[in-house]
Ligand binder design. Structure first.
Ligand code: NAP
Length: 500
């Protein structure tokens, strides 16, 4: 990975949680791996009054507290010397003159020929205002070799209409090639490994279609609840928070056609084609194709777990889903008729993110009568979290007389790669953005296509209170109704352990 050109990274909302927990520790990791530019400055901005020293102290404690690599005190100090802070109000246009002056002053310290990244780590209400004022002050076009980049955090809209409006506004002020929409799932090593597993191995791709794949299962499960974020979450829910973005991105990586090359345009073109091929969910099919639910009070290990409605700042009687499972079809030549089951939820049994490719069963059950442990369907389990790796489940003869067969695992764990360091998602994404590589960022048309797919579900839920909102005990694997989504005899969701 090449070292990025000298630059100034400007973070709006730098007094917030994302900056201290994710962005600064990720930049510090890159610094320790000597992957930061030769000369760089991070300029934090926010309304909170702070000087450089106070900001540096806070960020240094953030590295110690949240960093994967905490380094030694002299490393942290050396890194923090690159950090600066200015107190400005991003809603006030006049303050952008201050930002511009500050950038000019910092350029004298760190000549970077106008190579700027503007990272919007603010609430989404600021995503339209900041780019407008940056453009008004000519800050959208800097850079002699790289244009300035604008990083947009999630959520990107709450509906198709709001995502479209946001896209149009951003694209008024910055060119699409300058806009980097974060989906931090795409920064995960194992998610990127999907592309390598599929397209660097001759054995998988011939099987990767409706002729050999029976179904695909994608799970993103969290064991925690909404953790005090009720005021935010209760207006969003699992479908908007997780499924529309992260799960559909994973689905696209599983389902996409091989790109002609590994670059931002080729890969993102294929992703968009998958979204366009998703079979629309009609209102009359919503109840049987999409299951929504809320967690109910339960106990785990003698400890009581609150139900969703008892969580702080959740509206009384709220019908916001903390769990959603959906059956999707990708209507194209490769996937015609293959169901993709995707689910996500809070307060489930384990924290796990995985993709399971279930292959079709053997055409003839030779060994069925002698083994109950036999699984006729091979499975390829791609573990994204927490133990990154790949498991291939297949059948082996049990040593001894007769032909007793049993399912066994062929297991690859990333941790087995010895000293291989698995980057944090934000680390990879920040590095790519610094290098001007948008491959792992979501393109505007893809965000809209994903919203176009889920919008009718949200509308059906809104208009039709008859569509059930199920409940599931906190700490369980979700509502039993989700099992009924599954087609076929004895077909059920996998119940993955945290460590498989
Ligand atoms: N935290 C995470 O782990 C995480 C994960 C995924 C995505 N995100 C996304 O990343 C963004 C930042 O997240 P965060 O958790 O850091 O947010 P946050 O703590 O709520 O806000 C970040 C900063 O934005 C500024 N701000 C708040 N309201 C503002 C307003 N009305 N006008 C101008 N500035 C305002 C505040 O700084 P001042 O008061 O100093 O101006 C605040 O410290 C959000 O869009 C969030 O959805 C966060």
């Amino acid at each position: 990975m090449k070292k990025p050109q000298d630059l100034i990274l400007v973070i709006f909302g730098a007094s917030g949680d994302l900056t201290v927990r994710k962005l600064i520790p990720a930049l510090f990791n890159l610094f320790m791996k000597e992957q930061m530019p030769e000369h760089f400055v991070v300029l934090g901005l926010g309304r909170t009054a702070m000087d450089d020293e106070h900001f540096r102290q806070q960020m240094e404690s953030g590295i110690e507290r949240y960093g994967k690599n905490k380094g030694q005190a002299p490393d942290r100090k050396a890194f923090c010397q690159h950090l600066h802070y200015s107190s400005v109000n991003p809603s006030a246009q006049a303050d952008y003159a201050i930002i511009k002056e500050k950038l000019e002053a910092l350029e004298r310290k760190c000549p970077c020929e106008g190579n700027y990244i503007f990272y919007m780590a603010t609430p989404p209400s600021m995503f339209e205002i900041i780019p407008q004022y940056l453009q008004a002050h000519g800050l959208n076009k800097q850079g002699s070799s790289l244009p300035s980049r604008l990083v947009v955090e999630k959520p990107f809209g709450v509906s198709l209409e709001s995502a479209r409006t946001l896209n149009r506004k951003l694209q008024n002020y910055f060119d699409e090639s300058q806009i980097y929409r974060i989906d931090h799932y795409l920064g995960k090593e194992t998610v990127q490994n999907m592309l390598v597993t599929r397209f660097a191995n001759g054995i998988f791709e011939p099987l990767w279609n409706r002729n050999f794949v029976e179904r695909v299962e994608i799970t993103s499960a969290e064991s925690i609840g909404i953790e005090g974020r009720g005021a935010f979450y209760d207006h969003i829910g699992a479908l908007r928070d997780m499924l529309q973005n992260h799960l559909l991105q994973l689905l696209a990586l599983v389902a996409m056609e091989p790109p002609s090359q590994i670059d931002a345009t080729a890969i993102r073109n294929e992703v968009v084609k998958v979204f366009h091929a998703l079979r629309p969910i009609k209102e009359e099919n919503t109840a049987k194709q999409v299951i929504r639910a809320q967690y109910s009070p339960a106990s785990s290990g003698g400890k009581p777990l609150a139900g969703y409605l008892d969580e702080k700042n959740v509206r009384p009687g709220s019908r916001t889903e903390s769990y959603v499972a959906m059956k999707c079809y990708v209507d194209n030549w490769r996937w015609g008729g293959v169901p993709f089951y995707i689910r996500t939820g809070k307060r489930l049994t384990n924290k796990v993110v995985e993709i399971v490719i279930h292959f079709k069963e053997t055409p003839h059950r030779l060994f069925c009568p002698v083994s109950s442990e036999l699984n006729h369907n091979n499975q390829l389990v791609i573990r994204i979290q927490p133990d990154e790796g790949i498991v291939f489940k297949f059948n082996m003869k049990v040593p001894g007389a007769g032909f007793k067969a049993q399912a066994v695992d062929m297991n690859f764990n990333y941790s087995d790669l010895g000293n291989a360091y698995i980057s944090e998602a934000y680390e990879r994404l920040l590095l790519d953005c610094m290098n001007g590589d948008a491959t792992l960022f979501t393109r505007g048309d893809a965000v809209e296509a994903a919203w176009k797919y889920v919008d009718p579900v949200l509308a059906a839920w809104h208009h039709n209170p008859e569509i059930p909102l199920y409940s599931y005990p906190a700490g369980s694997w979700g509502p039993t109704a989700a099992d009924e989504l599954m087609e076929g005899e004895n077909t059920a969701w996998r119940k993955p352990r945290s460590v498989d």
